[in-house]
Design a protein around this ligand. Sequence first.
Ligand SMILES: Cc1cc2nc3c(=O)[nH]c(=O)nc-3n(C[C@H](O)[C@H](O)[C@H](O)COP(=O)(O)OP(=O)(O)OC[C@H]3O[C@@H](n4cnc5c(N)ncnc54)[C@H](O)[C@@H]3O)c2cc1C
Length: 347
Amino acid sequence: MDYLIVGQGLAGTLIGYRLERAGHAVTYVDAPEQTAASAVAAGIVNPITGRRFVKSWRIDDLLPEARQFYRELESYLDRPLWYDLPLVRTLFNRGDENDWLARGGDPAYAGYLIDRPQLGRIPQLTRPAHAYGGVGHSARVDICTLVEAFRSRKRSEGAYFDAAFDYDELLFDGRSRPEWGGRSYDQVIFCEGWRARYNPWFGDLPHGGTKGEVLIVRTEEPPLDRLFKHRVFLVPQPDGTYWVGATSSNRFPDDRPTAANRSYLEERLREVLTVPFAVVDHQAAVRPTVRDRRPMLGAHPDQPALIIFNGLGTKGASLAPLMSKWLLGHLENGEELPAEVSIRRFT
Ligand SMILES: Cc1cc2nc3c(=O)[nH]c(=O)nc-3n(C[C@H](O)[C@H](O)[C@H](O)COP(=O)(O)OP(=O)(O)OC[C@H]3O[C@@H](n4cnc5c(N)ncnc54)[C@H](O)[C@@H]3O)c2cc1C
């Protein structure tokens, strides 16, 4: 089969790789001068989230697939992508601590909640907190490197086009094969992230869109060797900087960084760090969220040649490997998509 993938962020990359590995021909188109969530994300894999310390949706299924699939992509792209990193989060008060301990007693959470975690250099670099909890099975995926390395490989293979895809240029009457750029395809997979709201075939789905801003900062001290969450996330990067973030806003006039959120993040960071820091970058992008907080996969109800892979939301790093596997099974073998992620749930 011949596939055209519109949008080569994390979603487009993973489904494209799976299709190629299954023997299909894939062409990619993206306009990388636009902001993309995948270019800004820290790629944190955090199985325990929220104030009530609950396990993320389907995390027991997502984690093994993610680890194995990113390891495979490491070999394919010949660079590290998956980092097993302990995650330490602060517990603000006794109430938090009690909730944490109670949750940790639940057998379904065995291995996920760690009391009295190793703190590494956290006490040397940050203000003391009431208590700390450790999250097991945490990791970081270098999504940005993955997407960039994959893009340059596809570019060198002549399978990637640098262009803003204009929907009017897709020649498609619903009967013949869709055609774009003088070539026809069996199916087109739309992976445009939050911009899918402008897609004429899939724009009516309940797309959300949550803007996030982050800082990249440097300190003079040797960096932490673990993920740390205290008001903001501090994510040590291989180049010695930290990713610090992120803000979250469902209403936004544009996808650019703002002075107000830069100040907000700097203030939070000053509340956490005891050492001076310098901001070396400030970035923003929009997460492709969905109102019911589940991914959106599947073919257009009337046009089976048009497919969507979207809605990775705030947890693309852990979701995308299994979601792309489900989508491949659906495309290749007609396997039913789970109702929770199929776009049929909206029709
Ligand atoms: C600040 C921030 C922090 C985050 N942190 C984390 C985290 O720690 N862990 C985690 O798991 N997730 C995180 N996420 C979420 C994660 O980034 C997303 O879930 C994931 O990257 C979404 O991938 P995507 O491919 O669907 O969308 P995107 O990465 O946005 O990719 C969409 C692509 O489509 C292209 N495109 C769109 N329209 C067109 C068009 N018409 N023509 C050509 N190209 C087009 C865009 O250029 C873009 O490259 C974060 C997101 C943000 C914004």
